[in-house]
Design a protein around this ligand. Structure first.
Ligand code: HEC
Length: 157
């Protein structure tokens, strides 16, 4: 068993497949962890700064929804998102947006809008959605303000 795991891990590590896994691996048999961690350090995910991802610190959400912002966000939705996203629970090409703003972290949503390629490369949740939807969401090239307005619109759904 131990030898099996060591061999498996070695193959996985050589394949570089740990790039997204980080420290969240399931428990390994004793004796295999040390090697894993050393290698992890060299293949760990790039920091948010390096990838340009938005973090919670970059965002400010008011207690109440800002109606004017949400209205602008709806306009952007009508033009650039509606073809693939409903405002209900049903999937069109991508998932429906109902309740999304309470289900997901605001920064995660912003990154799905502005940095979809990085997210599909590195974020397990985004990758799960891709497996379900089988279409890569195209980058819609929204400015940060536009994305923020769409986020505000999502908070009304
Ligand atoms: C061509 C179809 C398409 C368009 C247009 C599109 N999306 Fe998407 N979107 C997807 C797909 C498909 C996914 C699931 C992830 C994947 O497969 O890439 C997704 C996922 C998302 C998610 C995550 C949803 C969840 O359930 O967590 C958000 C947020 C999102 N899109 C926002 C937007 C916004 C904002 C726009 C418009 C500016 C937009 N999308 C335009 C196809 C699209």
């Amino acid at each position: 068993m131990n030898t099996f795991w060591k061999t498996t891990l070695t193959i996985v590590l050589i394949g570089g497949l740990l790039a997204c896994g980080g420290g969240n691996k399931p428990a390994h048999p004793p004796g295999t962890n040390a090697g894993t961690q050393v290698t992890d350090a060299s293949t760990s995910e790039p920091s948010p700064k390096a990838t340009g991802l938005i973090t919670a610190a970059d965002l400010q959400l008011g207690e109440e929804v800002d109606a004017a912002m949400a209205e602008k966000g709806k306009t952007t939705y009508d033009v650039k998102c509606q073809a693939c996203h409903s405002t209900g629970a049903n999937r069109v090409v991508g998932p429906g947006w109902q309740g999304l703003a309470t289900k997901r972290e605001p920064a995660w949503i912003m990154n799905m809008i502005m940095n979809i390629d990085v997210m599909l490369e590195s974020d397990p949740e985004a990758q799960k959605l891709l497996e379900e939807c089988l279409v890569r969401m195209p980058n819609q090239n929204l400015s940060k303000d536009e994305a923020r307005e769409v986020l505000e619109f999502m908070r009304t759904l």
